[in-house]
Design a protein around this ligand. Structure first.
Ligand SMILES: Nc1ncnc2c1ncn2[C@@H]1O[C@H](COP(=O)(O)OP(=O)(O)OP(=O)(O)O)[C@@H](O)[C@H]1O
Ligand SMILES: [Mg+2]
Length: 175
C-alpha cells in the first residue's frame, strides 16, 4: 500500500498529559484512530483511562499535549463544542434518562441535529416534520444495530447493567 492511500486519522492524540496537584494521572499518551477502526484502551484501576477520555472530550483541560479530530485541533475546547463536531463519549457511570424508554433516550440523542425553534415546536413546518421522522428512523436503526430491539419501549430503569451500556453507546451514536 502506498503512503498516499493510507486513510488519515479521525482522532490523533499527541503527548497528552494531566496532573492533579503532584499526581500525574496521564503521561505522554499518543495514539491515532482511523476511520472504521475500533481501538481499546486498557489498564488497571487508576491507570488514567477515564481521565484520558475526559481530556479528549473537553471535560478536563490537558496539562500538555494536543488532540486533533478530523485534522482540527480541539485541545481544551468545551465538551458541547466537541460533541457538535461529532466526537461523542459515554460515561463510566451510566448517564441515561432513567424514566424514558430506550427509544426516547436514543431519540433525545439526536437533539444536536433536530434542535428547533419554539415556533417550530408548536407549528412544525414540513422540514421540521421530515427531520423528526428521519431522527425516529435513525433511532430505530441504531437500536436494532445495538441489539436492543426487544427493549425498544422499555423504560431505562428496568435495563440490566449490560443493556444500559449498550443504550449509552446508542445515545452517543445518535448524537
Ligand atoms: N478530578 C480528579 N482530581 C484528582 N485526582 C483525580 C481526578 N480524577 C482522577 N484522579 C486520579 O487520577 C488517577 C487516574 O484516574 P482515572 O479515573 O482516570 O483511572 P481509570 O483508569 O479510569 O480507573 P478505573 O479503571 O478505576 O476506572 C487516579 O489516581 C485518580 O485518583
Ligand atoms: Mg475509569
Amino acid at each position: 500500500m502506498s503512503v498516499q492511500s493510507l486513510p488519515s486519522p479521525l482522532l490523533s492524540v499527541h503527548g497528552l498529559e494531566k496532573s492533579f496537584g503532584g499526581l500525574k494521572a496521564v503521561q505522554n499518551v499518543n495514539f491515532e484512530v482511523k476511520p472504521g477502526e475500533i481501538l481499546g484502551l486498557i489498564g488497571p484501576n487508576g491507570a488514567g483511562k477515564t481521565t484520558c477520555f475526559n481530556l479528549i472530550t473537553g471535560f478536563y483541560a490537558p496539562s500538555a499535549g494536543r488532540v486533533l479530530f478530523k485534522g482540527e485541533d480541539i485541545t481544551g475546547r468545551r465538551p458541547y463544542v466537541i460533541a457538535q463536531k461529532g466526537l461523542v463519549r459515554s460515561f463510566q457511570k451510566t448517564n441515561v434518562l432513567k424514566p424514558l424508554t430506550v427509544f426516547e433516550n436514543v431519540l433525545a440523542g439526536h437533539y444536536l441535529s433536530t434542535r428547533q425553534s419554539l415556533l417550530d415546536t408548536f407549528f412544525p413546518r414540513a422540514h421540521v416534520r421530515q427531520a423528526e421522522q428521519a431522527a425516529r428512523d435513525s433511532a430505530a436503526l441504531i437500536i436494532e444495530t445495538m441489539g436492543l430491539s426487544k427493549r425498544i419501549n422499555t423504560p431505562a430503569y428496568v435495563l440490566s447493567c449490560g443493556e444500559l451500556r449498550l443504550l449509552e453507546v446508542s445515545v452517543a451514536l445518535a448524537a
